[in-house]
Design a protein around this ligand. Sequence first.
Ligand code: ATP
Ligand code: MG
Ligand code: FE
Length: 343
Amino acid sequence: TLVLGIESSCDETAAALVDGDRRIVAQRIASQDAEHAPYGGVVPEIAARAHAERLAPMIEGVLADAGVTLADCDAIAATAGPGLIGGVMVGLVSAKALAMASDTPLIAINHLEGHALSPRLADASIGFPYVLLLVSGGHCQILRVDGVGRYKRLATTIDDALGEAFDKTAKILGLGFPGGPAVERKAMEGDPSAVPLPRPMVGSGEPHFSFAGLKSAVLRAHESGQFEIADIAASFQQAAVDCVIDRLRVALAETDDIDTLVVAGGVAANATVRAALEQVAADHGMRFAAPPPKLCTDNAAMIAWAGVERLALPEFSPAPLDISARPRWPLDPDAAPVRGAGV
Ligand code: ATP
Ligand code: MG
Ligand code: FE
C-alpha cells in the first residue's frame, strides 16, 4: 500500500507518502511562521494563499523524492477539515483534481483523526483501545479510541485549547510566534513555583478543561511587574501540566479496561508535558506512547497514515469528488455539548 497525504488545515503546507509498513517514504513540509509572525497569529487569508502557491510543487517534489508517480499510489488522502476553511479547500481541491486525473481513490481525512492515529504510525505495537489526550492549537480533549473511526469523547475544554493557552501566554510575554516552543524554551530558565497561578477545574468531578482563567492570571502577573518572564513562563507551563494531569486522572477512573495512554497534537511535542504524562501512565500501570515531536505538530505523514488505516477497513469506499471541506468536524459527533464548549 502507498498513500499520498496532503495537509493544509492551518499554517503548515505538507505532503507525504506513507506505505502499509509505516514507512514515511517521502515527506516535505513548509511552515508559514515567517508570514504570520508579524501579526502574532495565523491570518487565514495569508495562509490560504501560501498553501495555494506551495502545494502543487510540493506534491510534485514528494513524488519525485520517492521516484514514483500517482499511478503507484493506492489512494490520495487529504485533510477535509476541521481547520481554516480556505486552506482546507486548497488541499482538498488539489487532491480531488489529482484523484480525478489519475483515477485514484480520494480519502477525506479528519485532521483530528490524523493526530489521533499518529501514535500508531510511530509505533506498530500500539493497538486499540487506547486513551488519547489530544492537545493542539484548536483542541483539548480526552478520547477513548476503540478503532479507526470509533472515538468517544470523555472530556473537552470549556474555553481555550491547551496550545491556544501556550500561544496566548507567549504573546502576553512577548515571546513571539509560534508560542508553544517559545514558552517551553523560556520556561527552562525559570522557576515553575515562582509565580502563584490558578489551576482551573482542578478537583472537579468531571474531566473537562479550562484555560481562560490561567491566561488572564498570566496577564495580571506580567502586568504587575513583579516577576521575571522566565519565571512566569515556567509557572504557566507547570500550572497547565498540573491541570492536564488532574483532568486525566478523573477521566482514567472511567477507563479501567484500557491499558494504554497516548498523547498527540502539537502540545505533545512539549517535554514537560510528555514527562508528566509518562508518570500518570506509570501510576495507573498503563503503557505510555507519544509520537516523536515532528509527528506531533501538523504534518502530512499522519494524514497519509490515516489514509492507510481507512483504506484497510472492510467498509472502505472512496470519497465522492463533490465532498465539501468542513470548518468544524468533531471526532465524536455524539458528544454532548459542555457548557458553551467547542467540539
Ligand atoms: P488543531 O490540530 O486543533 O486543528 P493545529 O493544527 O493548529 O490545531 P497543531 O499543529 O497540532 O495545532 O499544534 C499547534 C499547537 O501546538 C500550537 O498551539 C503550538 O503553540 C503548540 N505547540 C507546538 N509545540 C509546542 C511545545 N513544544 N510546547 C507547547 N506547545 C507547543
Ligand atoms: Mg503551525
Ligand atoms: Fe493539528
